[in-house]
Design a protein around this ligand. Sequence first.
Ligand code: PLP
Length: 408
Amino acid sequence: MTLMDSPALPSTARHEALVHEHSAHNYHPLPVVVADAEGAWVTDVEGRRFLDCLAGYSALNFGHRHPDLVAAAHRQLDRVTLTSRAFGNDQLGPFCAELSGLLGKQMVLPMNTGAEAVESGIKVVRKWGYEVKGVPEGRARIIVAAEGFHGRTTTIVGFSTDPDARGGFGPFTPGFDVVPYGDLAALRAAVTPDTVAVLVEPIQGEAGVVVPPDGYLAGVRETCDAHRVLFVADEVQAGLGRTGHLLATRAAGIDADVYLLGKALGGGILPLSAVVADGDVLGVLRPGQHGSTFGGNPLACAVGRAVISLLEDGDVLERARDLGAHLHDRLAGLVGHGVRAVRGVGLWAGVDVDPRFGDGRAVSEALAARGVLVKDTHGATIRISPPLVVTRGELDLAVDALGETLSR
Ligand code: PLP
């Protein structure tokens, strides 16, 4: 008899035991094993329903199984799913044209995961530094922000300030200068003639939805312009609607030179990421210098095109702005009642809970027991980022559940 058949254990425990035995222990999930999902709701293997207020860390901006996105995937599944880039496919060109058009840039480099978009962006700006800016070979430097999160590859964790993310994984790639987030003076002081790029999140997601001070992104832009440095905005989590805007950088009135996108670009169906920039930057890549077997595959591009259509429509952004204002109004009412502070914009909130009610993990577990899924980050902070298709009533339900959890 296998663990899965053991009648002594409830099915959640059986699934957890299997994962514990056969999957690497690189996550510590909440005790919820999802079996199916629709819109803002998931159902677990025991038939319990939960309101998903995490939305795959923004990968599910359009909710679970959005009908337009599922239909696009089905249509493409019946035609062709993978060609590799050894041949062309009839979804790649339209996808790149539509995405670059949406962002007002000239070119797209399609990849798969967010970390790959970041890695690809790093390669591109280094090459731009040598070939266009004239930095001596091997000396390019990139300025990044402390507490930032850009993924899990060795180069990326090498410039992380989170000891868990980097500990034990060295030696690391050189060429990165870390400055405090939101500190323009530190950023300016870090620029050298070898600096090729500043790579930051316009809002730091993993750090607890940290919104930079007013004028910070504009100051980054000015500093980059003054020193011929590329501004690379990692919009993997912040972009594509989460803040109620297409891009968080644009909401601040700023145009970056390079946008890194991921998560929601794949519609919550498959991994699809992209580096988006003008031809003077992305044009530095020539055949053989970068690639990915799955990057730009027709199935991902077809889903990505359907995502772009939803974003072009604009309704989803307006909805996220309106509902986001409501969410933040309601959360503000909990400050002083179990909540110490709330940060964020749009349908995105970092909530610092009063440690008297336990850490973020304990609060997330208590919320799950009330049918609301969120996830903790860094001690006493929980992150709320429901799908943008959530309703006002569902948001009230989530905030009420949080209020009740913190009033016991
Ligand atoms: N960049 C940012 C801002 C992110 O939040 C994340 C993931 O959370 C990544 C990059 C990495 O994306 P992925 O997990 O798809 O590699």
